[in-house]
Design a protein around this ligand. Structure first.
Ligand SMILES: C=CC1=C(C)c2cc3[nH]c(cc4nc(cc5[nH]c(cc1n2)c(C)c5CCC(=O)O)C(CCC(=O)O)=C4C)c(C)c3C=C
Ligand SMILES: [Fe+2]
Ligand SMILES: [Fe+2]
Length: 346
């Protein structure tokens, strides 16, 4: 009898499939590790080097990024992050909420012992690659990737997907994958937004004359070249207004957080807030339907800065309506989308 032939084939280091588990990977934008110059610079550098975010030719953009933006912005942005920092945990609110969403989703799916939930950040840590490998090391041979953006944009959803697939490109033995699509018109999302607005307004001691749905902006040129983000924001606002029984004068749609010299989606939130106050509107409320979690852009730019502008221009009552975060309604949205997209895998 001859001995079996020796082979030089080695098993892959990462072995999906050993336990037949299903991973759910929640991904949000990202956040700095601290508010000082260097952590801020590292974060902004990774973020603003992303070609999905800044589409300018590298030969034009890199000298501006390295020479101007990364010498000034880390300090300025760091001071803003410091205003909203979660000092108890020494981290940004975006990280705190994303972790809570992961933990609550894991608890909600505990009826399925083969599901593992984890979370990652597109910029900063934990990175998508690290957490994808961790899920596979824990036995996941299937992964559902959930970019936490209700409206699709190449600047957000696509760059999360790209980064996930880039991590997979390095693997010989890949897991099976699915991605959760954007959900601008999902009834469970519209209902959650409406319920959160109704509850928040019921707790105020004033009735806002106008409510603003303020979304993060993108350059107008991206929209003109086919990014569906603008239309998806308008869809969410239209369905929310219909559900609340409001007309287009009661619920306005605006865009915030513009960056750089280009024109961004309009109308701008800061200009709208100032105009309303100058026109004699005394009471407004602002919600951020495009943000799954409260973060710098909602807690500072809206709840602090937009409120300051409104008061400075003669407005009297301003209220920021929190994002869905890890609230019961917010978790209902995340859980129901995950359950739907896992169908056939559970
Ligand atoms: C420079 C271009 C930017 C584009 C395009 C952009 C799109 C975009 N961003 C979000 C969500 C978030 N952005 C956040 C912060 C943030 N965004 C930009 C720039 C662009 N965003 C910068 C430079 C920063 C950092 C802060 C600053 O220096 O101003 C955040 C908050 C992160 C946190 O830790 O709190 C979120 C969330 C969306 C949804 C979007 C396009 C649809
Ligand atoms: Fe942004
Ligand atoms: Fe901002």
């Amino acid at each position: 009898m001859t001995a079996p032939a020796k082979t030089d084939r080695q098993p892959d280091t990462v072995k999906p499939g050993s336990a037949g588990k299903v991973g759910v990977l929640l991904v949000n934008l990202g956040t700095p590790e601290g508010t000082d110059y260097w952590p801020m610079r590292r974060y902004l550098s990774e973020f603003l080097s992303d070609r999905r975010v800044i589409e300018w030719p590298r030969i034009v953009w890199y000298p501006i990024l390295q020479g101007i933006v990364l010498s000034r912005r880390p300090k300025a942005s760091g001071a803003l992050y410091a205003k909203i920092w979660n000092r108890e945990r020494n981290e940004s609110p975006l990280r705190t909420f994303t972790r809570a969403q992961g933990e609550k989703l894991a608890a909600a799916l505990s009826d399925h012992s083969n599901v593992i939930v984890d979370w990652a950040m597109r910029y900063g840590i934990p990175s998508i690659e690290t957490v994808t490998k961790r899920l596979m090391d824990r036995g996941c041979d299937r992964i559902l990737l959930f970019p936490l953006y209700p409206q699709y944009s190449a600047t957000t959803t696509a760059t999360v997907n790209d980064t996930f697939f880039q991590a997979l490109m390095k693997m010989r033995f890949q897991p099976a994958v699915r991605t959760v699509p954007a959900y601008p018109a999902e009834p469970v999302y519209i209902e959650a937004l409406a319920a959160s607005v109704e509850r928040h307004l019921a707790g105020l001691d004033f009735e806002p004359e106008v409510v603003i749905a303020s979304y993060h902006g993108i350059p107008k040129s991206y929209s003109q070249r086919g990014d569906p983000y603008y239309e998806q924001c308008l869809t969410t606002s239209r369905l929310l207004a219909e559900r609340l029984g409001w007309d287009g004068k009661k619920l306005l749609t605006t865009f915030q957080s513009r960056f750089g010299p280009e024109e961004w989606l309009q109308p701008y939130t800061d200009e709208t807030v100032a105009r309303l106050a100058r026109e004699g509107v005394k009471s407004i409320a602002v919600l951020n339907p495009g943000f799954v979690s409260d973060c710098l852009e909602t807690l500072e730019e809206i709840a602090v800065e937009a409120a300051r502008i409104f008061h400075e221009e003669g407005g009297e009552n301003f209220s920021h309506i929190p994002c869905l975060n890890d609230s019961e309604e917010g978790m209902r949205v995340i859980e129901s989308l995950v359950r739907r997209e896992l169908s056939g895998w559970l």
